[in-house]
Design a protein around this ligand. Sequence first.
Ligand code: IMP
Length: 194
Amino acid sequence: MELVFATANPNKAKEIQNLIPDNIKIRSLSDIHCAEEIPETQATIEGNASQKAFYVHKKYQVNCFADDTGLEIEALDGRPGVLSARYAGDAKDANANMNKVLAELSGVENRKARFKTVISLVIDNKEVLFEGIVNGRILHNKIGEKGFGYDPIFVPDGYDKTFAELSIEEKNLVSHRAIAVNKLITYLKQTNPL
Ligand code: IMP
């Protein structure tokens, strides 16, 4: 049985194959010769995950799932949220994105934030959504070299280190993406929908 992971990032597809039951083969977008940019024009993280999964399902006639993630900061009314990748512009520059967040939070006491991942699974035109959330806080400066994106400024609740100071294994124990992926895997194992 095959399931396409609608992501342009081949590492994400490989990573998840190791976690999924053997009877389900994860295929990437390049495996199905999809090279175009998949539209992500919705106003919410859920909307974008859904849009990507249905786009690939309809155009390529395959069962698939897609994910979308954002950092939601309470004092910024949930921004950068769905705009996380391009918060400081189309260059998708992680440093510039963090600098913008830190500037906007300058002098702000409420540092509460959360990462949210939504996975949309579409099988035979029916959708199931899986959500992963990790709560934490935004520091006043960047610490750590590991990870990517906003990791150097985010400390998950219960920790005194940023995501960028944790190993990938440590991050996977608590991360938004790991929580959503685990829910997807449990669903696939329990319902065997393919
Ligand atoms: P995507 O939907 O997984 O491509 O994530 C969108 C954007 O959210 C990325 O470009 C990053 O800026 C940010 N992001 C997603 N996941 C993480 C994470 O685990 N740590 C830090 N930033 C993240």
